[in-house]
Design a protein. Structure first.
Length: 113
């Protein structure tokens, strides 16, 4: 069954609200500032992807290209500085935590944990 525009808007509205609530909870419960930044970064990318569904296909492709560039940066290793942990690509934990909001991921066996 095809989603109507109103159904799509309602679904996206609910997903964005759920994402905002998750981010607010994560900010208050996560004590490590770097972990907060990483998780919020991932949530922002997923939010952009969700919102882009409301845009024309050509604009969706532009948004996807921007997200792909963002992911390329996260996939780069940064040389370790003494006493510092190098920044690594987003792990599967972060991907799974946010990807479950995206309808394309539903039915793939992904869960929010």
């Amino acid at each position: 069954m095809t989603e109507t525009q109103a159904q799509q808007e309602q679904r996206i509205h609910q997903l964005l609200n759920d994402t905002r609530l998750y981010i607010e909870q994560d900010i208050t419960t996560t004590h490590d500032i770097n972990l907060k930044r990483i998780e919020i970064d991932a949530a922002t990318v997923v939010t952009l992807s969700i919102v882009s569904e409301m845009l024309p296909e050509s604009v969706q492709q532009q948004v996807k290209a921007i997200i792909d560039l963002h992911e390329q940066v996260w996939n780069m290793d940064i040389p370790s500085t003494t006493g510092m942990t190098p920044r690594k690509p987003l792990g599967q934990r972060f991907f799974h935590r946010f990807a479950f909001f995206h309808p394309a991921m539903k039915g793939n066996g992904l869960s929010p944990t």
